[in-house]
Design a protein around this ligand. Structure first.
Ligand SMILES: [Mg+2]
Length: 166
C-alpha cells in the first residue's frame, strides 16, 4: 500500500509513453514539492512546459492537493487544469472527485506526488497507478553550489586584499 508503482526524480522524468501503453489517461497531480518547491509561489517554466506537453499528448490533468481552495485555485488557473483542493489525502474522496471531473476510471489514472503517506497511499487505496516524485525541497543543491562559488570568490577577494594591504 505504501509502495509506489514508479519513482522519478521530477515530473519531467515521468515516462508518458509507458503510461500510455498501460492505458493511463489521466494524471492527478500533487502541488507542494511535486510541481512547486515549498518555498516558491511561482511554477517554473520547465513545469509549465511539461504540463503543456502532457496535455498535448492527450493526458487529462487535475491538481489534487491538501492546499486551500484559494492557493490551489491560483495554480489551477495558471496551468489551465482543474483542481480539487482541501483533499485530505490519504482519504480517497478527493481522488474520486478528480476521477469524476476527468471522466476516467481508477485503472486509467495515475497519482503523482512526493509523499508516501498521503499521495502514494491514497492512490494505491483507490487502485491508481502511483508515481513518487523526489520532493523538490531536497533538490536545491544547485543553489548551494552557487552559494559556495560565491563564498569562494569572497574568500579569494579577502585574501587578495589582505595581501595587498600586507
Ligand atoms: Mg506534496
Amino acid at each position: 500500500m505504501l509502495t509506489p508503482a514508479a519513482q522519478v526524480e521530477s515530473v519531467m522524468e515521468i515516462d508518458l509513453e509507458l503510461l500510455d501503453r498501460l492505458g493511463v489517461r489521466a494524471l492527478l497531480l500533487d502541488l507542494d514539492n511535486t510541481l512547486l518547491a515549498w518555498n516558491q509561489h511561482d511554477l517554473t517554466e520547465e513545469v509549465r512546459e511539461w504540463v503543456e506537453l502532457a496535455t498535448g499528448r492527450g493526458f487529462r490533468l487535475c491538481l489534487v492537493s491538501n492546499a486551500t481552495p484559494k492557493r490551489l485555485g491560483v495554480q489551477s488557473r495558471e496551468l489551465g487544469i482543474p483542481c480539487v483542493p482541501s483533499a485530505q489525502k490519504p482519504r480517497r474522496r478527493a481522488l474520486r472527485k478528480a476521477l469524476r471531473l476527468l471522466e476516467v476510471q481508477p485503472g486509467q489514472a495515475a497519482m503523482v506526488g512526493d509523499q508516501v503517506f498521503t499521495d502514494v497511499l491514497a492512490g494505491n487505496r483507490l487502485g491508481l497507478y502511483t508515481i513518487l516524485v523526489i520532493p523538490l525541497h531536497l533538490k536545491e543543491q544547485w543553489w548551494m553550489k552557487w552559494v559556495r562559488q560565491l563564498e569562494g570568490l569572497i574568500i579569494w577577494w579577502l585574501q587578495r586584499s589582505r595581501n595587498a594591504w600586507g
